[in-house]
Design a protein around this ligand. Structure first.
Ligand code: SAM
Ligand code: SF4
Length: 411
């Protein structure tokens, strides 16, 4: 799952938690429903990277692809009544390393989704891939099955950096993977990380220049963070100091702007018209159904908004869906979002976007009146953190620099 998704229920729970409902069911809260996306989580990787806190696990010798697919179908079947009749604007197959799946499994997965959900004819279908697992034949097949966007976890082109990150590929494999991806789909994103162990600002800009030479429509630039419960958190590598990291961020922004990329979200840069529709839907407080181990979902109904999370362990998730007699063992969490939580959740996402969102999205997608946030809105404008434009909710440059302070006003 891309790092930019900012709402995940705190602390995965292995038992279903149903939380008190602050909205009394009854009169309509939402008069229309937002666009619906689907996220599919593939939980396996060749091996676990030392910085990574995603729900990813070293793959067993043989992937249980058939059982995984069967469980995915069962997972989706359980959720179908919740999204019945709604069209799907995007699908994101993330991980983990989805490119570990065979072409036949990926094809069957997309057929299974299409058989159950009305995908729009122009739906964006993204698949994440690790360059160490990219093979030309399989990529041709993925594209033939309907994948129309590939997101490659490049991280760096520098062999020393890649080694320090514990990656399974070198710079040459990264370049080859991009060429293969570009041969098969028009839409390619490259994930790069910066502020890497031992990296200098010049080294960081070399990575950016190499990425730019491929001319992909989208680039994601993530500041390496030391996440709790990772190997890097326990044994921190020597990282660039704050001054160097700031310099990297500034120079990345300037270089990508010069190359014609729009910096439309904290970590996301796109050529005009090439923004990631799936991620935009998260940030614009759209709906998403998340299936697969550890996947998160947000679903709106006329009278409530629901957040869900699947159990994280792949084996437990498959067993619960395929073998268990219990009804909801595959669900770690399913809870109605309280009215008091909605302003913060909405802002946490919307304020990440350089253009913000239309102010009308707030009542449309939370069911709350704009008056509910009139006070923090006014305070943020007064502090110079939010634009004065009443038709948009948009952070100023200062607001984006002090994003946490701005978001906290809506807590
Ligand atoms: C789920 S990974 C998907 C790609 C694939 N698994 C891979 O690594 O090649 C999504 C992206 O998150 C970024 N990422 C993961 N852990 C990170 C961390 N600790 N700090 C910053 N970015 C991170 C990486 O750029 C990675 O490509
Ligand atoms: S390959 Fe990607 S998802 Fe897997 S452990 Fe490494 S960063 Fe995490």
């Amino acid at each position: 799952m891309p790092r930019a998704i900012s709402i995940v229920p705190a602390g995965q729970q292995e038992a279903v938690r149903r939380v008190a409902m602050p909205f009394a069911p009854g009169p309509s809260l939402l008069t229309s429903l937002p666009p619906l996306s689907v996220y599919v989580h593939v939980p396996w990787c060749v091996r676990k990277c030392p910085y990574c806190d995603f729900n990813s696990h070293a793959a067993p010798e043989t992937l249980p692809e058939e059982r995984y697919l069967e469980a995915l179908a069962a997972d989706l079947d359980q959720s179908l009544p919740q999204v019945w009749g709604r069209k799907v604007v995007s699908v994101f197959i993330g991980g983990g390393t989805p490119s570990l799946l065979s072409a036949a499994t990926l094809d069957a997965m997309l057929a299974m989704l299409r058989a159950r959900l009305p995908l729009l004819p122009d739906a964006e279908i993204t698949m994440e891939a690790n360059p160490g697992t990219v093979e030309a034949g399989r990529f041709a097949a993925y594209a033939a099955s309907g994948v129309n966007r590939i997101s490659l976890g490049i991280q760096s082109f520098d062999d020393r950096s890649l080694k320090a990150l514990g990656r399974i590929h070198d710079g040459r494999a990264a370049r080859q993977a991009i060429e293969i991806a570009q041969r098969h789909v028009d839409r390619v994103n490259l994930d790069l990380m910066f502020a890497l162990p031992g990296q200098t600002p010049d080294g960081c800009l070399d990575d950016v220049a190499t990425a730019l030479a491929f001319g992909t429509e989208h680039l994601s630039l993530y500041h390496l963070t030391l996440e709790p419960n990772t190997v890097f958190a326990k044994y921190p590598p020597p990282l660039p100091d704050d001054d160097d990291a700031f310099e990297m961020q500034d120079r990345i922004e300037a270089r990508l702007a010069q190359a014609g990329y729009e910096h439309y979200e904290i970590s996301a840069y796109a050529k005009p018209g090439a923004r990631c529709r799936h991620n935009l839907n998260y940030w614009e407080f759209g709906d998403y159904l998340g299936i697969g181990p550890g996947a998160h979902g947000k679903l709106s109904f006329h009278d409530r908004i629901l957040r869900e999370a699947r159990v994280r362990n792949p084996q437990s998730w498959m067993d619960a869906l395929l073998d268990s007699v219990a009804d909801t063992g595959w669900l770690a969490e399913s809870r109605q979002v309280g009215a008091e939580e909605l302003p913060f959740e909405f802002m946490l996402n919307a304020l990440r976007l350089a253009d913000g969102v239309p102010a009308a999205f707030f009542p449309e997608r939370t069911g709350l009146n704009l008056a509910a946030i009139a006070r923090p809105l006014a305070k943020a404008v007064e502090k110079g953190l939010l634009d004065e434009d009443p038709t948009r909710i948009r952070a100023t440059e200062l607001g984006r620099r002090f994003l946490n302070d701005l978001q906290e006003l809506f807590l």
